[in-house]
Design a protein around this ligand. Structure first.
Ligand code: SAH
Ligand code: SF4
Length: 342
């Protein structure tokens, strides 16, 4: 049987796991910072943990990172890694270095069951949720190998994070924990297609940033692009967003809006969007389409994008055109597709 991987265990979880095996709370308290702060790669290096405990841990548990199949580097310094999980499935994680920050983009599922029409990941068969250890191991992977500190985390890789709520929460807890990864709540963003059976509201307690993939300003178009809209329509989504804002005390919600030529990029799309978002403290990220082989869409041309942007801005809505990174290695949003190597 494979050993239990401890990377995704909170301190409390580690204590109760240890309790089952005759280890103590003190052992857990000693081991925890070795894993998350000192980034130990073996139990043996945990010098203040008694030798017999280290041996026991070595035989029963692991803190292994996933095996790395390839790392590709884009001309803009973005890096994409294909990681092989223990069961042979693969996931992708992306590192985006910038002058003042370094962002890691994390996957939460293998494939994605939501199936948005414009998304490469959405075309892949959904396999399963990632475990907490598999989610956080992507951050360990980059921390181990990148020379600068990781400053921001975005849950914008493969999968719909809110469909893997428990493991997502566990990961967020570890990222925020001062005695573990110690990220500020302002540096973590979860992006969702709008799965709201309580998940958006439950997520709010962490106070982290929320991005909502909107991509259309009426239900007809949104349901066409994102089938999830048939279950949770725009009105329901915006009500949840407002509740999120209230509970999380975040400054604004980010709405992601992918501009697709002749689909959702007209003046009337922009005015409908303004009407929708007028009553909510938000920022709109206009995204240019990252194309992939076999996709049925074309991104809006530069003029349209600028037009759309200025219409939003002149109505008083904060908006930017988000620059795309790692396009040449298919590392940009919606281009991730882990190959199963089974
Ligand atoms: N499942 C979540 C998070 C992962 S997708 C979500 O949908 O929000 C991260 C972002 O990339 C989302 O805003 C998604 O809509 C966008 N995206 C998907 N496919 C894209 C593509 N081909 N080009 C540009 N952005 C895309
Ligand atoms: Fe899934 Fe997000 Fe892609 Fe939609 S855009 S298929 S929710 S990963």
């Amino acid at each position: 049987m494979s050993k239990i991987n401890l990377l995704g265990f909170t301190l409390e979880q580690l204590k109760s796991e240890f309790l089952k095996t005759g280890l103590t709370d003190l052992d857990a308290k000693r081991v925890f910072p070795w894993i998350h702060v000192k980034l130990a790669q073996s139990f043996n290096s945990m010098s203040d943990v008694p030798l017999n405990v280290r041996d026991f841990l070595q035989s029963n548990y692991s803190i292994d990172r996933p095996e790395c199949s390839t790392v590709q580097k884009s001309s803009d310094e973005t890096q994409k890694a294909l990681l092989k999980l223990e069961d042979g499935n693969c996931i992708e994680t992306v590192l985006i270095p910038e002058a003042k920050r370094t962002t890691v983009c994390v996957s939460s599922q293998i494939g994605c069951p939501i199936g948005c029409k414009f998304c490469y990941t959405g075309t892949q068969k959904f396999v399963r949720n990632l475990t907490s250890s598999e989610i956080i191991s992507q951050i360990f992977f980059w921390k181990d190998r990148f020379e600068k500190p990781i400053t921001n985390i975005v849950f914008m890789g493969m999968g719909e994070p809110l469909l893997n709520f428990e493991n997502l929460s566990n990961t967020i807890e570890l990222l925020l924990d001062e005695k573990a990864h110690n990220f500020s709540r302002h540096k973590i963003t979860v992006s969702t297609s709008g799965v709201i059976e309580n998940e958006i509201i439950n997520l709010a307690r962490w106070g982290i940033k929320l991005a909502i993939s909107l991509h259309a300003s009426n239900d007809e178009k949104r349901s066409y692009l994102m089938p999830i809209n048939k279950k949770y329509d725009i009105k329901t989504l915006l009500t949840a967003a407002k509740k999120y804002q209230k509970i999380s005390r975040t400054d604004h919600i980010t709405f992601e809006y992918l501009l697709l030529k002749d689909i959702n990029d007209t003046d009337s799309d922009a005015s409908e969007l303004i009407k929708l978002l007028k009553f909510i403290r938000c920022k709109v990220n206009l995204i240019t389409f990252n194309s992939w082989l076999g996709s049925q869409f074309i991104g809006s041309d530069g003029n349209r994008v600028q037009n759309f942007l200025s219409t939003l801005l002149s109505s008083g809505i904060r908006a930017i055109v988000r620059k795309s990174r790692g396009n040449d290695i298919l590392a940009a949003c919606g281009q991730l597709k882990g190959r199963s190597s089974r």
